[in-house]
Every structure is written in structure tokens, then in C-alpha cells.
Design a protein. Sequence first.
Length: 308
Amino acid sequence: MDGDTLYTIGELARRTGLSVRTIRFYSDEGVVPPTCRTEAGYRLYDADAVARLDLVRTLRDLGVDLGTVQRVLDREVGVGDVAAAHAEALDVQIRTLRLRRAVLRAVAKRGSSPEEIEIMNKLARLSDEERRRIITDFIDESFAGLDLNPDFEAKMRSALPELPDDPEPEQVDAWVELAELVGEPDFRAAVRRMAEYQAADIEKGAYPEDPERLGRLTGEKIAAAIADGIEPRSDAARPIVDELVAAYAEAFGATYDAGFRRELRRRTEIGTDRRAERYWQLIATINGWPVWPTMTPSFEWFIEALRD
């Protein structure tokens, strides 16, 4: 393009595809001023003005506001800095749009009421830190002032919900359900009772070294019994129950007798709550972890089998 060539505003519009009105607006705002005017007062633009207009159009297409465009053209700020800032802003917009899409898909799947939609949208749009705070506040209240098993407490505090940038509808559903669950006073009271019982065992020096092993053993043995159709109060259940009670007595350093059996039933009743298991299942769903099969039915079977 000849550096001495001048273009009328109409020629510039045909070259760039922008309307005459838009170019005139940029010209009036001083963003792309005319190079000169004809004797009749018509605007003329040279090659530099054309290049300037091309940059304006590109930046505006990318969503850069006119004030920032002017600063770029005046070399008050670099194009790279502007691009980085707007790329970050677009990332936020994209995450927001993806989250809205997930909420809408969850709403469509659930057939939610207007009230539920409002709650879902509000909870889903919380920041990562706000979502974690809901759970950490629940944990803080549940464990306040108690000396608990460090491994157990560390596990609770490390397993926080991390809703992805592009969540699936079931992850949004799980987050909403989790937020509602930890807000239930009855559930919070139940978790506090579990924590108090654990703290009391630790204070007495009666807490087992590997409680998770006992839990897995109980779940596996009784799941097999349930699969075989064995009723908890039947004769066929007795050897299974005796084996498990003996394992618990050894782990707690206690004597296997009627008193320990009653104490074990009480301990198991306090520690068995479908909502507590649901808490972990929801965390797993939100974070994209494998969801463990439910073990609550096995412990409910065990409670019934321990009854006098």
C-alpha cells in the first residue's frame, strides 16, 4: 500500500468492512483521527490511520474497552499486558458460563422449583475458598475442644470440595446436597457425638491403632453374610458376630464379655449414620474421586446382631 495514498471515509469503510458511522465515531473520539481534510472538509486517512484502525477493530473484537484501546494506541500500556489481562478476564467468564451451563443442566434433570434453582445457583457460584469455608466451619464446630485421632482429623480437613471449572450436573447436585447436609443441626449434632466418643476413647487409652482395618473387616464379613441371606439374629450369624466382637475386643484391649458387647453396640450405633457416609460420597462426586460402595447396611446389620 502506497504510504502517500489517502482514503476517504467511504473507501476506508469498504476496505475494513466497518461502517462509515463506526469509523466516524472513532474519528470523533480521537482514536483514529483523520490525517487531513479536503478543502470541502471531508476526512482523509493515510496508511498509518488504516493500520491504527485495524488494531482498534482487532482489540474491540477481543472485548477490549475503548479507553484501554486508546491507551494502547498512545503507548501508555503494551498490547501484551492488555492481552494477558483480557485473557484472564475471559477465563473467568468462561468458568462462569460453564458453571451456569452445569446448573441449568442440573435444573433440567431435577425439574427443580424456582426456590431450588435460586439456591443451586447461589451455592454453585461461590468461590473455591467460600465452598471450602462452609466445610471447614462445619469441621471446626464438630471437633472444637476435642483431642481426636490426628490421622482422622487430617483426613477430614484434607478432603475438601473442589468443584471443577466445568462441572457435570451431578457434581453441582452433589455440592448443593453437601452444603445442605452440613448445615443440618441434627447432622452436626450427630457428628459431634461421634467425635466426642472418639475423644473419650483416646483419653482412656482405648482407641485402636488401625480403626479403618476394623471397619473394612466388619464391612466385608457382613456384606458377605447379607449376600448369603443370613439374618443378623439367626444361628448362622453367631460365628460371624463372635469373630468380629473378638477382633474389636483385641483392638480396644478389652475382655470379650457381655459388657463389652453392649459397649460395642452402643459405639457402633453412634458411629453409624447414613448421612455421614453420604458426606464422603458427595465429596468424592464433587472432586471426581471413585465413590466407595455403601457400608452402612453392614453396620446396621451388626447393630441388630449385637442386641441382647
